[in-house]
Structure formats: structure tokens, C-alpha cells
Design a protein around this ligand. Structure first.
Ligand code: ZN
Length: 411
């Protein structure tokens, strides 16, 4: 993993990861290992990223820690110099829409620290990042800046994807670190006419060829019933995407390796799947489900791990009442190992499209308190993942796959 590095869709790192995981599964002697072609967006950050306050009365020019948001357009060499306006969230746009023209809009709504579940806080705040640009461009905003999606207070900016609307002008968007967001907000209290300069060269290139990577153990009794398990192989283009989602990929492969090494011949067909392009398009998940449908495959269940390689606490799920009932019956088998949380709705972005087949969708639910320290940053590196916690997650997934394989699950 240290050799491959980050793996944004369309990058050489992503291509290297496809080959690395393919070779790894061949080395583990899985029954079949193959690539599934998928066209992916090919976004490039560009070589230079500048964001600075130009006219602070207190401190003059101040460089800010910033990263362009994924899928963002760039400013080009002329840059954008404009007055800044702070909003606390998407909900404030309507009220202040007449003040946005010609300005850089600064979304500074923090992830709510009073929510126990970090993913709930993320879910409540992330629309600033994903739709802030498209929501403010119609009112004449020139660009947006977003407070990083984390509860940590530090100098590390968090990237992540945004979505433009086809009929709305695409304006540049960058994330700034939480410390810089606090600084900017503080300075604005004393000086309303702060000006910001933004310069970057982000651009969306034509789609690129990429692949989902699949390893399979073919079922002995019901080979036409499939259980898929894995994560997404692509990552953001900073750090190494170790928690997000190298962990889920390795856990998926580990599940099949455990079956092999214990010489358990599965009744049903097990697939370790490394989906491509979850971060900025989800093309891999859609392609996998479409192809599966064309081949009339029936996935009885799919398990995705995409919440970091932390100690497992349970599983989320989406499915019929019967399917969920079956899962909760098995809860007692996991409780001695610290997994107790089986009631939440969930699954995973990549397995979601399989729901059309009636597939029971399951997500590994690890402890979530530390994930957003690393999420989409340069800090998400191999060393940030604890081997034992990662293995506990893989073992939990393997145990659940074993139960699903032995007993099946009715929808
Ligand atoms: Zn992810």
C-alpha cells in the first residue's frame, strides 16, 4: 500500500491498485480473479493551490490551508479576488441570497459535536460541500470556501466531492482547515470587508478507462447465489486512502482468504469486490450491479466496509423485515466480541445499486469517533490504521459471510 499511494479514479495510482489487488488475489489462489471495465470521471487537482486573506487590518496577508474540492473547476491563472461573506450553512442561503453577488461564499457550519454519531454530524453538514457551489452560483457567487468536514481543530484541510447542476454555472470550490475557518470567522467579526484571493488549476478531463477488481470462490451447492464483500478501491488524491477505503478492500480480500486458509468450501459463490470510483461518481458500483443484472445473477447479500479500519461495533443494514430479523437473530453470536449495534439502517454506496435484485445490503459499523480526523486528508495513511482493529473488522465480516453462506437469507 505504501508503494501504490493515493488512488483517485483515472490516476496512475488507481491503475496500480487495480493490478496490485488482482495480483494479491491470484497469489491467494482464489478460483477466479478478473477485472470488470468501467469508465470513470478523471478529475485533476492541478499543481498549485492558493487561498489567502489579502487585507486583514490586523495581520495583512494570511495564507490559508486549503484544498480544492473534488470535481471542482479551477480559477485559472487570473485567480479570483473577491470580498468574503460567511454563512453558517445551506439553510442560510435563502435569507441572504441578495448579498452573495460578486462574493466568495464561506460556508462555516461545523459538524455538530453534540451528536454522538460522527456520521450523523457529517451527514448534517456535508451539503455545504456537496451542493454549496451549485446553490450559490445562481445568486452570483464567484466561488465558495467550505469549513473542513471534521470535528478536529487543526491545520489539515479535508477534500471531498461536490456536484454541479448542468444548467447552473460551475464556480470553483475549496475546503479550508477548521483552524483557518475559525480564524477567518474571527477576523470577519472585526472587519466585514475582508478580501480573499483564490487560485487553482483543478479540471475535469475526459472520462478514463478503469476497472472493478473481483476475486471469487465458487459455491459448491448454490453457485448461482452470490455474496459480495469489499470496499472501494479509489481514494482521494491526498494521503494514501488507508482508512478510506484501503481498509474495506483488504478486509474483503481477507474474508475470502480466511475461507481458503481454513479450507471451508462455501456453499454459495463468494466475491471480494473492489469497486472503483465511489468518491466522485460511484461508477463502479453502478456498473457492477448493471452487469450482474444482465447476467441474471442473484446476490443474496452484499457487505461493504467503508467507515474506516476501526474496531467493529456492529453492522448496519437495508432490506426486508425478514432479512433484518434474520440478522438480528445472529446478533447474539457477535456480542461476546463487542459487536452489539445491529439496528441502524445503512449498507454502502457501492452496494446500494444491488437493492434492485432484492439483495440484503449490509455495512460494517466500526467505532466512528476517530474516522473524521483522517477522512479525505493527507493524514489518512497506512500508519494511521491499527492492524488489530482492522483484523477484528475482517474477522467479523468473515463470520457474517459464513452465516449467510451456511444458512442463506430470504427476502
Ligand atoms: Zn469511502
Amino acid at each position: 500500500c505504501k508503494d501504490v499511494g493515493h488512488r483517485l479514479s483515472g490516476s496512475t495510482g488507481a491503475a496500480a491498485a487495480v493490478e496490485y489487488t488482482r495480483q494479491l488475489m491470484i497469489a491467494y489462489d482464489f478460483d477466479t480473479v478478473y477485472l470488470q471495465p468501467v469508465m470513470v470521471p478523471n478529475w485533476k487537482r492541478g499543481p498549485v493551490e492558493i487561498l489567502k486573506i489579502m487585507n486583514s487590518k490586523k495581520r495583512g496577508v494570511i495564507d490559508l490551508n486549503a484544498l480544492a474540492l473534488g470535481n471542482s473547476v479551477g480559477t485559472g491563472s487570473q485567480g479570483i479576488l473577491a470580498e468574503i461573506i460567511e454563512l453558517k450553512g445551506i439553510s442560510e442561503i435563502q435569507e441572504r441570497k441578495n448579498e452573495l453577488a460578486g462574493k466568495i461564499v464561506f460556508f462555516n457550519g461545523p459538524m455538530d459535536p453534540t451528536l454522538l454519531e460522527t456520521f450523523s454530524a457529517y451527514g448534517a453538514a456535508v451539503s455545504q460541500r456537496s451542493s454549496g457551489a451549485a446553490r450559490t452560483a445562481p445568486y452570483g457567487a464567484k466561488a465558495i470556501i467550505v469549513r473542513s468536514m471534521t470535528q478536529s481543530l487543526d491545520d489539515v484541510p479535508h477534500t471531498g466531492s461536490l456536484r454541479y447542476q448542468t444548467d447552473i454555472k460551475a464556480i470553483p470550490a475549496m475546503a479550508i482547515s477548521t483552524k483557518d475557518a475559525d480564524l477567518l470567522s474571527q477576523l470577519l467579526k472585526d472587519q466585514a470587508n475582508l478580501h480573499i484571493y483564490m487560485e487553482n488549476y483543478a479540471e475535469m478531463l475526459p472520462e478514463a478507462q478503469s476497472f472493478n477488481v473481483i476475486g471469487q470462490l465458487t459455491g459448491t451447492l448454490f453457485p448461482d447465489e452470490y455474496i459480495a464483500v469489499g470496499g472501494h478501491l479509489d481514494s482521494w488524491d491526498v494521503g494514501e486512502g488507508a482508512h478510506d477505503d484501503g481498509s474495506g478492500c483488504m478486509q474483503g480480500i481477507e474474508v475470502l482468504r480466511v475461507f481458503k486458509s481454513l479450507n471451508i468450501k462455501p456453499k454459495r459463490t463468494l466475491r471480494a469486490v473492489m469497486w472503483m470510483n465511489e468518491e466522485n461518481g460511484s461508477k463502479g458500483g453502478k456498473a457492477y450491479a448493471n452487469l450482474s443484472e444482465m447476467r441474471k445473477e442473484h446476490h443474496i447479500a452484499a457487505i461493504e466496509s467503508d467507515r474506516g479500519g476501526f474496531v467493529p461495533r456492529g453492522f448496519t443494514s437495508t432490506g426486508s423485515a425478514k432479512q433484518k430479523q434474520q440478522l438480528s437473530k445472529w446478533k447474539i453470536l457477535f456480542e461476546p466480541y463487542g459487536l452489539h449495534d445491529f439496528d441502524r439502517t445503512g449498507g454502502g454506496a457501492d452496494i446500494g445499486p444491488l437493492s434492485k435484485q432484492g439483495t440484503f445490503l449490509i455495512g460494517l459499523l466500526p467505532d466512528g469517533q476517530r474516522y473524521f480526523r483522517y477522512h479525505h486528508t493527507e493524514k489518512d495513511v497506512f500508519e494511521a490504521v491499527d492492524r488489530r482493529e482492522l483484523e477484528l473488522g475482517a474477522a467479523s465480516m468473515a463470520s457474517l459471510v459464513y452465516l449467510l453462506d451456511q444458512y442463506g437469507i430470504k427476502n
